[in-house]
Design a protein around this ligand. Structure first.
Ligand code: HPA
Ligand code: ZN
Length: 335
């Protein structure tokens, strides 16, 4: 079997995926016309040509601008359906999907609109493709902690649709400590917690995410590598890192895939996973990420099975579904 078909067939979970980051230029263009929202681009090719980033912020500016074409429930359903189809084709059996409510509520698009759109698409995809999914509500860290609390309150009627809270957007200068109250409120309601940390920010943000926010997984976490004691802690506590290698190269966290620390941390016993982050902007979905890393870092098939197993172990799955998926993975690896 070719490496390409081997990685796409691996039963896996995707745990770091921003639904707004799956908005392909074609759908962006279509929605801009459908909703009469002007874009500063004349064509799909012009949109794609604008995707040259120098750091996280240069990406975020374009990403928030693109999300402005999402207005109606059907738009959010179309976005979610397109992602789940691509994910299923890449062997994703379960996805835990970030959404950024403040990106929409700030434009007057409310919770009922996006939550209903997501729910119908998730239900349809599970029925048609057998892919299960959950939602992780992210707070935008460039906005105040108070705004995160207000967002959590606004989500009240839809909390049964939300499995966890997360933290994203501009990292440096916006440490986890600013979001303690919002996370506390979420955990008091029984939600799970994750947070972006150590993508551009220092290792101390990873410690903060674990210690003051109660994060159970760290999104990215690549800068943990600068602190040996922190790596030892991640290994001892088996805290998952949801890494996104193609994203890291596009946003210049690493110069090249060959210099990425994923394999080194995996070999040290960190529970590393591979994910796509914002695939419409970074040039590949989760299967492309597995394949590119396998080639650049010379991963063995055993490494790839371990990465897929880590994704299933790190997911917030009911134990019965987890056992079912792990056993699918074991059958695949043995075949
Ligand atoms: N980092 C921070 N915020 C984000 C990202 C990311 O990689 N993708 C979408 N929002
Ligand atoms: Zn991310």
């Amino acid at each position: 079997m070719t490496l390409d078909s081997f990685v796409r067939g691996l039963p896996k979970a995707e745990l770091h995926l921003h639904i707004e980051g799956t908005l392909e230029p074609e759908l962006m263009f279509e929605l801009s016309e459908r909703n009469q929202i002007a874009l500063p681009f004349a064509s799909v090719d012009e949109i794609r040509a604008a995707y040259e980033f120098t750091d996280l912020q240069s990406f975020l500016d374009i990403y928030y601008q693109g999300a402005a074409v999402l207005v109606h429930e059907q738009d959010f359903a179309d976005l979610m359906t397109a992602y789940l189809r691509r994910a299923a084709a890449d062997g994703v059996r379960h996805a835990e999907i970030f959404f950024d409510p403040q990106t929409h509520t700030e434009r007057g698009v409310g919770f009922p609109v996006f939550m209903k759109g997501f729910a119908s698409a998730q239900r349809d995809a599970e029925e048609a493709l057998g892919i299960t999914s959950a939602l992780i509500m992210c707070f935008l860290r460039h906005l105040p902690g108070e705004a995160a609390i207000e967002t959590f309150q606004a989500a009240g009627p839809y909390l049964q649709q939300v499995q966890a809270v997360g933290l994203d957007s501009s990292e440096v200068g916006n440490p986890p400590e600013l979001f303690v109250a919002a996370y506390q409120a979420a955990r008091d309601q029984g939600l799970r917690a994750v947070a972006h940390a150590g993508e551009e920010g220092p290792p101390s943000y990873i410690e903060g995410a674990l210690d003051v926010l109660g994060a159970e997984r760290i999104d990215h976490g690549v800068r943990a590598d600068e602190d040996d004691a922190l790596i030892e802690r991640l290994v001892a506590e088996q805290i998952p890192l949801t890494m996104c290698p193609l994203s890291n190269v596009k946003l210049r966290v690493f110069d090249t895939l060959a210099s990425h620390n994923l394999k080194r941390l995996l070999d040290r016993g960190v529970r590393v996973t591979i994910n796509s982050d914002d695939p419409a902007y970074f040039g590949g979905y989760v299967g492309d990420n597995y394949l590119a890393v396998a080639e650049a870092l010379d991963l063995s098939r055993e490494d790839l099975v371990l990465l897929a197993r880590n994704s299933l172990e790190a997911a917030f799955l009911p134990e019965e579904r987890r056992r079912q998926l792990v056993s699918e993975l074991e059958d695949y690896a043995a075949s």
